[in-house]
Design a protein around this ligand. Sequence first.
Ligand code: ACM
Length: 636
Amino acid sequence: MNKALSIFIGVLISTSVFAQRDPNLGIIPAPVSITRANGSFILDKTTVLINQSIDGAKSADLLNAFIVSKAGYALRETKTVQPSQKSILITSVGADKLPAEGYTIKVTPTQITLTGRGAGLFYAVQSAMQMIPDKVADKITIPAVDINDYPRFAYRGTMLDVCRHYFPISFIKKYIDQLAYYKINTFHWHLTDDQGWRLEIKKYPKLTTVGSIRNGSIIGNYPGKGNYLTEVKGFYTQDEAKEIVRYAAEKYITVIPEIELPGHASAAIAAYPELSCFPERDTFISDKTPWAGSRKGKQVQQTWGVFDDIFVPSESTFNFLNNVLDEVIAIFPSKYIHIGGDEAPKTYWKESPFCQALMKEKGLKDEHELQSYFIQTIEKHVNGKGRSIIGWDEILEGGLAPNATVMSWRGEDGGIAAAQQNHDVIMTPGSMGLYIDHKQSNSPDEPVTIGGFAPYQKIYAYDPIPKVLTADQRKYIKGVQANMWSEYIKTPEKAQNHAFPRLLALAEIAWSPVERKDLKNFSEERLPNHLARLDKMNINLWVPTPIGQSDKPLTGGDFTIDLKVPIAGGKIYYSLDGSRPSENAFLYSGPVKVTVPQGEKRLLRTIVIAPSGRRSVTTETVMNNGAPDVKAEAKK
Ligand code: ACM
């Protein structure tokens, strides 16, 4: 080992100590208020479980199943409690005074009381499961505390694109389990796009027999280094979709289906070419696009992007879409139906004599107004069925449909404009980290993704309420959402890698009051245990890089490498000689002093290895004591 190194062995902290000293008791998202009291409740085999809430039987079962997993025994369920008997009480007494989805947890040395109704009670159990530590000598010690909790936003969402790649029902259920654990209550299911139509529509079978299959996909980043030449297909039957709706509802999650219109319609048009302005025209495929199979006729897209062949605004298209939406509405009981509305180029509408005549007839001054006419026609139908539409922020262009909710994705401007027009808004700006298909590091180790840069810290930093809005306008911001587009996400494992831990940061900005935001507490005191839990569940999380490592070059002669492990039970390995760190490198066990002689530099390279063996990307820090910058020298 380098003589200049001296190593201090840090104090190793066990995982349950982490949670016990954390003011948030390990709970993600951080509760509204959490007040510690004296003493603690010691849970053991004599503790009884009492459900006195009308709808608490499910919550009691859930909690007891959790206690079995944690303690190795189930609690006896009783109706009443004897004096001096320790109990966990589930009740709805007083729940009518709590805010929507709110709950309280009171822990005294003799009783744990969970109060709430419906979603509130369910969330009380989620928090209880997160704060109950591991057993020590058959006893579980829970500190006395008063928790009062309710969400900042009614809409706490995440979108999954299943069109660019199909994800099985089994994965979606597992995903929903995690959303519920973190009090995310909306699953936005992006079901139709250029590269695949993924929902069975009984009236139009070709949507799935034709539209759910593409012959290939580009390799690597757009425009692609070739084509995989393998079919990508898959769709959900209506029974499967209903099964997801039912499964999610049990966990107080609403499923919002998205049927894209008028753009991103290539798969529907491949199935039914008459939905195009130019049914006879081949799908445009650039010579540069690597392609599998025929380039003739209407094709399901094999590359990514935005395509000109969009729905023609004809009566027969509206009839088709209304019939599709009727079947969708019958499957999904959500108040909202997402109708897309984004990225609809006006090229074909400009060229089409039919569209130009329609614009004249309706007195529409440009194609944006035609898009607005399109969306408003659909909105009338959806409203007629007692539902409301949500659309991406392009639905502002040409005039917003009267009752539409706007999903602001191109930054915050769309959301701001919609709120200023007294329309409800869901914030999901890609530029603020809410696109969880984006990269999480600058490391070449990270697999191919669409680009961008959205580590969980960026999501955590985002406040969904734009400062420019007045107090009155702020009421229209109903929530926040993270989006996972799947062009470069082919497998459930990669989807998990994109989702975790970013969805945990999303959960906190969606639920917790802004004053409770504390990145250090989140990253250092709570996240490590949550990541260890996901790792143990074999969820393919993104292992964060060491906490405290600079990603910028450092200058000087004396350095102290002072790092924290981002995942409980994980290990940091490091090298200082440029070699790639692995289990064969130095094991970090506490602050390391490094002296770099004048005119030299050292390269710190680290890797985090989770208990499962999952790895972080390698991270580098240059420590420079006046050595020439080779790149700068070369430029001179
Ligand atoms: C979007 O990302 N096109 C909504």
